[in-house]
Write a protein that binds this ligand. Structure first.
Ligand code: OOG
Ligand code: NI
Length: 459
């Protein structure tokens, strides 16, 4: 049991707005990016009434301005366990397993997000949550030092832990004030300028893997980016430099298409920020780069078959060319990607016919005569114009893209070798529950919409 959906929706909305406000204060370029995104979205809608109508129909217009995701990196199993309980109160549940070790990053991750379509339309805030894997670090002595540092920190305040317990026990706020709860929750993700460790250990961690330094050195899992949604990611990629925001080399994910699929993402390079280390001889100053901003453009969710085709074409592209971090081959990469993806059907009719993507089915008119569709199959109802289909939006992440986002902000120049190996069962044990399978969610959403249409005509 958990709090009601109405309450969790309300809390998630406040949480995501408060997070955005905090991040705008902490990282001013994020504010600039938000302005740019809002302007480009408005211009895109003004120039494209059909797009506006379709977003409006699928209720995706209203969530556009609130749409965003963020990312955090945790240090211990205990932190992950409590984070899962905190996010559950916001109606965010762990969907999917991402093994980033294959890309040389010592973490495994999940995305906490709303799973219900109504909740998603109220506010789709997601947090890509990674857990550091010290087991992948070869240097045993350093591993122990890192573990010791992590063991000394407590990222949740006692007040917040009490609030989580109270809300869980009662399945309601039970006297906890909403604003207090949001404030305590937001504090977990704040930036801490003071490091938890001394400069020497920081340097050792940093030189072993920059991600290690980012997770182990601080008192909390600072939110490392927030990501608003754009309707024209290519326009923003081009406009960013004009606004003094240095973009990463290429947009991750599929190429630009008439009909967008999955997820396209790009980010701006992480800021260099002053930090203060602990030291025997007093405090020492240093610098750390971790926090950045990102934008995303979402398209239709793919079936297992569609996802397999996407993976095949992306692998084929990357066998030809890997995008360089310095942007030197970006145009060539985009050209190859575009050419190889020409094999992927680029209209909703064929995506549906070939069972490559998920759709939401609905009546073309709420006043349809029920007898018209009696005993018809869903295909017949579509042929007769009684039922329409619209894309179900992809709500998850892509492992290769996520690796690209991590890498562009950990410094592309460094190639730090780590061991590999997926550990989903261990992750689930530490999380305290099973991970939800995203394909089942989309499948269920599609099936429910079909059932509703069929039921309407069962008179
Ligand atoms: C997470 C990177 C992944 C995305 O949008 O794919 C991610 C991180 O850098 O911690 O946020
Ligand atoms: Ni992201």
């Amino acid at each position: 049991m958990s709090v009601s959906m109405t309450l969790s929706n309300q809390l998630r909305r406040k949480f995501s707005l408060a997070m955005s406000e905090m991040y705008r204060e902490e990282v001013p370029q994020y504010g600039t990016l938000l302005h740019l995104v809002a302007n480009v979205n408005q211009a895109t809608l003004d120039n494209n009434p059909a797009l506006k109508a379709s977003l409006d129909h699928s209720q995706n217009l209203q969530r556009l301005d609130e749409e965003r995701h963020g990312a955090i990196r945790l240090g211990t199993a205990k932190e992950l366990f409590i984070m899962r309980r905190l996010f559950a109160i916001f109606g965010m549940y762990p969907v999917g397993y991402y093994d980033l070790s294959v890309a040389g990053i010592p973490v495994h991750s999940t995305a906490f997000r709303p799973t219900d379509s109504e909740a998603l339309s109220v506010n789709p805030f997601r947090v890509f949550t990674s857990l550091l894997r010290l087991d992948l670090i070869a240097d045993k002595a350093l591993r122990e030092q890192a573990q010791n540092a992590l063991n000394t920190r407590c990222i949740f305040s006692d007040k917040l832990l009490d609030m989580i317990n109270t809300i869980e026990t009662n399945n309601h706020l039970h006297g906890v004030r909403i604003d207090d709860f949001i404030e305590e929750a937001i504090n977990v993700f704040r930036w801490h300028q003071d490091a938890l460790i001394d400069g020497t250990l920081y340097q050792q961690l940093h030189d072993t893997h920059r991600l290690l330094a980012d997770v182990v050195s601080f008192k909390g899992p600072h939110i490392n980016h927030l990501t608003p949604a754009t309707l024209d990611i290519d326009a923003i990629q081009t406009l960013m430099p004009e606004h003094n925001i240095p973009p990463k080399a290429v947009v991750e994910g599929p190429p630009p298409r008439k009909v967008p699929i999955l997820l396209r993402q790009t980010s701006f390079k992480a800021l260099q920020e002053a930090i203060t280390f602990l030291g025997d001889d007093g405090l020492q100053q240093g610098f750390h780069t971790a926090r950045f901003g990102e934008i995303e453009q979402r398209g239709i969710a793919l079936t297992i078959k569609g996802q397999a085709l996407y993976d095949t074409l992306l692998n084929k592209t990357r066998a030809h060319i890997i995008p360089a971090g310095d942007g030197s081959n970006s145009q060539e990469y985009m050209a190859v990607l575009h050419r190889i993806f020409s094999e992927f059907p680029d209209d909703y009719t064929r995506l549906r016919e070939h069972d490559l993507a998920f759709f939401h089915y609905s009546l073309t008119s709420p006043q349809t005569d029920q007898t018209l569709g009696h005993n018809q199959t869903i295909e017949q109802l579509i042929e007769r114009g009684l039922v329409r289909y619209d894309p179900i939006i992809y709500e998850d992440f892509l492992p290769v893209s996520a690796a690209g986002i991590f890498q562009s902000n950990l410094g592309d120049e460094q190639h730090q070798d780590i061991q590999q190996g997926s550990q989903q069962a261990l992750f689930e044990e530490q999380l305290g529950c099973s991970l939800i399978d995203s394909f089942s969610l989309y499948q269920q959403q599609q099936q429910e919409s079909i059932n509703e249409c069929l039921a309407y005509f069962q008179v």
